[in-house]
Design a protein around this ligand. Structure first.
Ligand code: NIG
Ligand code: FE
Length: 411
């Protein structure tokens, strides 16, 4: 980097509001989840990819050197959004299945008859690594337009050695945080789940663990049971991966207990979770990742968001972006659903898809807040009040996205 580039700063001035989760803790629980600090008539300075300063306009000191300015009048700034649960590496689509579901077919029935996840596996295996990289890049740009500056993506549509590893590389190369979802479904060349796990743990996990940061398993009837999930996750832990689970999406099958026992980072979905599961999570360090767009897309019950927060569970929000159960890349829409369906406040929703989501990805020390020293990932909303991010359902509320201190997208 040249000296002039090093000195270059980005100043966003005259913002109507700047909103950020307060403090420096992560994950936020209970009443702390709603602790959003709002500065009126604010500025923000980025330098060298970090947030250098935030404050009120009347306190803005003269800046030395080369400064690019953005006029923030009429806008509100929030942290770059963090999507901690997506399945962005896939080929093909499931629009036909979507039509069948509109006519009454259920997601589980389609899965059981070789459609669903396995139809995306067929398309993903046939695509090749270049096409997978292009797909992740395209999906990353879709997310960016909605303010997502950090995204996780799972593999899980390969379920063979080459396609799983190609998927993880594609995710990493396109700037995502890769999670190895080797236990998403049992592919057709295996008769039963244990034989498939023998293969994936011996032949794929050792190399997958060199690319991925975390592992994930779909614990559900028709996919993997608790004993199989335990076997997969214990092996992944042995390779140094963080642990995550898809659990309680349709049935309570022991996923929360397993997550707590193994010290998982998160347990995701929880549409079927009852009081016992809520209590177990509240007494643990496992974050509950709620995916209301998936519940909506499948016409399923919503997860018990209000009860989880009130019980003191660390709650995060994510899209679950994927071609089958949640073809939705918008965290602002998820925030809106969190408010209207899960009964979280806009403040709680913001913390859940910034600092708490960053915690799930092991990055809460530098992502999810507009605080000096954090990564300069910022979303500018074309709105006088930051809560429009949830209020304007499906609206064009995001106007500019700053990632690493640079304008990455502008409407
Ligand atoms: O989180 N439930 C399992 N996995 C994904 C859906 C994947 C798919 O349908 O392609 C989910 O909903
Ligand atoms: Fe998922």
């Amino acid at each position: 980097m040249t000296d002039s580039a090093a000195a270059r700063r980005l100043l966003v001035r005259d913002l109507s509001q700047l909103a950020t989760p307060a403090g420096g803790e992560a994950p936020l629980r209970g009443s702390a989840l709603a602790d959003v600090e709002v500065l009126e008539d604010a500025y923000l300075v980025c330098a060298d990819g970090r947030i250098e300063d935030v404050g009120r306009m009347r306190e803005l000191a003269a800046l030395e050197g080369d400064v690019e300015e953005i006029d923030g009048r009429g806008m509100a700034a929030i942290p770059g959004l963090v999507d901690c649960h997506t399945h962005a590496c896939f080929a093909g689509d499931r629009v036909e299945e979507f039509s069948l579901r509109a006519g009454g077919a259920s997601y589980e029935e389609l899965h059981a008859t070789g459609g669903g996840i396995l139809s995306t596996v067929r398309a993903t295996r046939a695509a090749g690594e270049d096409a997978l990289r292009a797909a992740v890049g395209r999906h990353r740009e879709w997310m960016l337009r909605w303010g997502t500056t950090t995204f996780e993506s799972k593999s899980g549509y390969g379920l063979d050695r080459d396609t799983e590893l190609a998927s993880l590389r594609a995710i990493r190369d396109e700037g995502g945080i890769p999670t190895f979802l080797g236990a998403h479904s049992v592919p057709p060349e295996f008769d039963e789940a244990d034989a498939y796990l023998d293969f994936i743990l011996a032949e794929v996990l050792p190399e997958a663990a060199l690319i991925a940061e975390a592992s994930d398993v779909f614990l559900e009837r028709g996919a993997f049971d608790a004993a199989q999930a335990r076997r997969y996750l214990e092996a992944a832990k042995g390779h140094g991966l963080a642990l995550r689970l898809h659990a309680d999406q349709f049935t309570e099958a022991g996923g929360i207990e397993l997550a707590v026992e193994l010290g998982a980072r998160s347990v995701d979905h929880l549409e079927a979770t009852g009081d016992g599961g809520i209590r177990a999570l509240a007494a643990s360090d496992v974050t509950a990742v709620l995916l209301p767009a998936s519940a909506l897309f499948l016409s399923r019950p919503m997860p018990p968001g209000r009860a989880l927060v009130d019980a003191g569970v660390a709650v995060a929000l994510a899209t679950d972006f994927n071609p089958g159960s949640a073809f939705c890349e918008s965290l602002p829409i998820v925030c809106s659903l969190a408010c209207t369906q899960l009964k979280l406040s806009p403040d709680e929703a913001l913390s859940a898809c910034t600092v708490n989501a960053a915690h799930v990805l092991g990055r809460a020390d530098r992502k999810g807040r507009l605080t000096p020293g954090y990564d300069a990932d910022v979303v500018l909303l074309d709105a006088p009040d930051w809560r429009y991010v949830a209020y304007h359902l499906g609206g064009d509320v995001v106007t500019t996205v700053i990632r690493d201190g640079q304008v990455a997208w502008r409407r």
